[in-house]
Design a protein around this ligand. Structure first.
Ligand SMILES: NC(=O)c1ccc[n+]([C@@H]2O[C@H](COP(=O)([O-])OP(=O)(O)OC[C@H]3O[C@@H](n4cnc5c(N)ncnc54)[C@H](OP(=O)(O)O)[C@@H]3O)[C@@H](O)[C@H]2O)c1
Length: 271
């Protein structure tokens, strides 16, 4: 029986469960990483205009031997763009940079510009709706196959649900052992939005944690594999970042199951 490595978005589009994260890779590094990743079986790549590496991701895709239709590319609207006209422009610029006809998944990167996060209370409801309107139009025009949000809290999601036409396909948020925003995840999932888990390895920070190492040993897997499987068993897509071929391979080898007792303990783990 073949293993299904995909989940299905609320518009019927298949999305790979494990995708390569690319934050903090430059254009050359990411081009190489994408090419290597495709060779060992990755089909999904997560980037953003704000990572400054869309060009490298596009080159990696162009130089791979796999049909474009087999690959799944996600990018994000820059956080300082909060109006309709510049959102439209950002979408067209991204397509030009990638050298591609369409993006698989386009996200609003954050409800607030980075500079305001944790400092300013303005949630930019109007600006996010302008983002969303331009993204809905891009979807209808075939420039993107699915649209979603990232770093959205419940109130930000509700703004789109209440005033937009299309339900976001995903909310991409930080989810890892030790940081699992239950209420938000459950709320989004109840609205048929998939959760994409970013920083699934807590940015590398928890890979040497003794409690995580103990669980990993029990399942004869690495701490990274344990952490990724935890997110997958919560129904998330995971986006581990690595530019090391052995780690990349390891992050795809997740053919084990964490039993429900251990999942409960991991959920409650204080790290
Ligand atoms: N939407 C957003 O606002 C947002 C925010 C943060 C992240 N993201 C996305 O999520 C992706 C992943 O998050 P992240 O980059 O913060 O970090 P992460 O994937 O949680 O962790 C990456 C770190 O783990 C290491 N690593 C990866 N696989 C490993 C393995 N098998 N064994 C040992 N170490 C391993 C990497 O090392 P090496 O690099 O040395 O291989 C790197 O130091 C990002 O790249 C980005 O695409 C999105």
């Amino acid at each position: 029986m073949s293993v299904d490595n995909t989940l299905t978005l609320n518009n019927g589009i298949k999305i790979p469960k494990v995708q390569l994260g690319t934050w903090l890779m430059n254009n050359d590094e990411v081009k190489r990483a994408v090419q290597q990743a495709v060779k060992i079986g990755y089909r999904g790549f997560d980037t953003a205009k704000d990572y400054g590496n869309e060009l490298g991701v596009g080159k990696g895709i162009w130089n791979s031997d796999i049909e474009r239709s087999e690959l799944f590319l996600t990018t994000k609207i820059p956080t300082n763009v909060k109006d309709y006209k510049n959102t439209k422009r950002a979408i067209d610029e991204a397509l030009t940079t990638f050298g591609l006809d369409y993006i698989d998944l386009l996200l609003i990167h954050s409800p607030q510009p980075w500079i305001e996060v944790n400092r300013v209370s303005d949630r930019h409801f109007e600006g996010n709706l302008e983002n969303w309107q331009a993204m809905e139009e891009a979807l209808k025009a075939g420039k993107v196959r699915a649209i979603g949000v990232s770093n959205f809290l419940k109130e930000d999601v509700d703004n789109i649900l209440k005033n937009g036409e299309i339900i976001p396909a995903v909310n991409q948020i930080e989810v890892n052992v030790g940081h699992t925003p239950w209420d938000l995840m459950k709320y989004c999932q109840s609205q048929r939005m998939l959760i994409e888990a970013y920083s699934p390895l807590a940015h590398g920070r928890l890979l040497t944690n003794s409690k995580i190492k103990e669980f990993a040993k029990k399942y004869r897997v690495s701490p990274a594999q344990l952490m990724l499987k935890y997110d997958l068993q919560l129904g998330c897509v995971v986006l581990p970042k690595s530019d090391d071929i052995d780690e990349m391979k390891q992050n795809l080898e997740l053919d084990f199951t964490i039993n429900s007792r251990d999942m409960d303990q991991l959920k409650r783990l204080e790290l």
